[in-house]
Design a protein around this ligand. Sequence first.
Ligand SMILES: [Zn+2]
Length: 205
Amino acid sequence: MADDTYFKLLDRAKNTFSTSIKSERRLKIPEPDVIHEGKVTIIRNFTSIIEMLNRDPKGFIKFFTRELGIGITYDPPRIVINKKVDQETIRKKLEQYIQIYVECYECGSPDTEIKRVGRVDILECKACGAQHALKMTKDINQNESAVEEGKTYTVTVSDTGPSGEGRANFRGFSLIIPGAKKGETVKVIIKKIRKGTAIADIVKD
Ligand SMILES: [Zn+2]
C-alpha cells in the first residue's frame, strides 16, 4: 500500500485509537499521599506504591535520597523525608524512578525485572525480552523519545488499526505496522515519520 494511503488512514485512525493506546501503556500509580509535619515530609502510602511497582523499597529509598539530597527513614507503610518537599516534586521523582527502574526502555511495558549481571544492573522486560543496563538519572532528562527514519527498533504491538494493521506506542510515537498482529513483538524499520506517528515495516532477521 502506498505511503499516502497510510497517512490518510492514520488521520482517520488517530482520533479513535491513539488516546487509548497511550493510556494503556502507562502504569497506574497511586497518587503519593504526602503530608507535611513540621519540617519533614511523609509519604503515607509508600508501601502500596512500591508494591504496585514491584520493586525493592531499599532501592527506591536510595534513589530518593540521592535525588533529594536528604536523609529518608523507612517506617512502613510510610517514608519520612527530613525536609519539606512539595507534592509536585515527589510526583516528578516518582515518574523518573519509573522511567529508569520500571518501564521497559523499548516497549514501555512495566512488566520488568531488575537483574544483576556481574557489576551491572540490567532491566529485563518480560513483555518484549529487551535487556538494558539501567540508565543513570542524567541520561533520562535527555531527549530519548527520538525515533529516526531508517532505524530499526523492537516493539510490541498493542493494538489493531482500522485496516488490520498493527499499532504500537513507542517512545511517544504511535507506530503503524502493516502485517503485524496484536500481542506480537517485532523488529521494525521506520519508513516515514509525520508528527507523532510513524510507519514501520517488519524486518525479518
Ligand atoms: Zn519491553
